[in-house]
Design a protein. Structure first.
Length: 263
């Protein structure tokens, strides 16, 4: 009887599934303490959605833990790096893959979060929370939304942001134009003026930032009407992060290079 129980226990141990590769959230980092708090809340929501998945955090700069330190703590383990970034750019194309390649961990680098319909749903929710109401036919002729983003010199980043603006315009039924806090044009203030010159005076600003910080605060200050909060730890953000993780896991072999963003 004792031997039978021991054999059964060994059988159970032998069929136990190995732990899945860790999901490493890669945040940009910010001096604003609200940013780190937001990312930690997002981590908890991801853990709630997928119990048993190891979820870690690493920053590109400004906050600890830094990404190289997080990867070092994994040793030679497996990990999927999911950038908490909304478009392709220098961090996605260079900084994150280089950190992955310099580590001992076996890594895959997922696509950035955007563009994706789940981001559009989150943007819509944040606008409604800020006071946006769907306009009637007459109101659509005088309304517009500025999609405020961080900005990048990389043309692919602008392509991705414009695509999100197009998806949001389809969702809202009014024009949506991208604007940027740095490194690209137009600014939010310029986009607001351009709308006004076209007779669109009911203007809201959608905050295309993953977490609060200096850029999101400055962009909100330029809003003449409703100014939405950043995307934050909305449940759709947790679902999208896991979607990018699953996409990376579905590739045939690990890679240190970002995958093309797809829906």
């Amino acid at each position: 009887m004792t031997a039978h129980l021991m054999n059964r226990n060994r059988s159970r141990l032998g069929t136990r599934r190995p732990a899945p590769p860790a999901l490493v959230l890669v945040g940009h980092g910010s001096r604003d303490p609200r940013a780190l708090s937001t990312v930690r809340t997002l981590m908890e929501r991801i853990r709630e959605l997928r119990p048993g998945l190891p979820v870690r955090l690493g920053h590109i700069e400004l906050n600890e833990p830094l990404l190289p330190d997080t990867l070092a703590s994994l040793g030679t383990g497996d990990a999927v790096l999911v950038p908490l970034l909304l478009s392709r750019g220098h961090h996605v194309k260079r900084d994150i893959p280089e950190a992955a390649a310099a580590s001992r961990a076996r890594t895959r680098v997922a696509a950035p979060l955007g563009p994706h319909p789940l981001l559009v749903e989150t943007l819509h929710t944040r606008l409604v929370e800020a006071g946006w109401r769907a306009p009637d036919a007459a109101g659509r002729r005088t309304s517009g939304v500025v999609l405020a983003a961080a900005g990048s010199r990389d043309p692919d980043a602008a392509v991705d942001t414009r695509r999100t603006a197009e998806l949001l315009a389809e969702r809202l039924g009014v024009p949506v134009v991208p604007a940027y806090a740095s490194a690209a044009a137009p600014t939010v203030a310029d986009a607001v003026r351009a709308f006004a010159e076209r007779g669109r005076h009911h203007i809201a600003v959608a905050s295309y930032f993953t977490a609060p910080g200096r850029f999101s605060t400055e962009c909100a200050a330029a809003a003449p009407g409703p100014a939405a909060s950043p995307l934050g730890a909305h449940p759709s953000m947790a679902r999208l992060t896991l979607h990018r993780y699953d996409q990376a896991m579905a590739t045939p072999t690990p890679t240190h290079h970002p995958l093309a963003a797809t829906a």
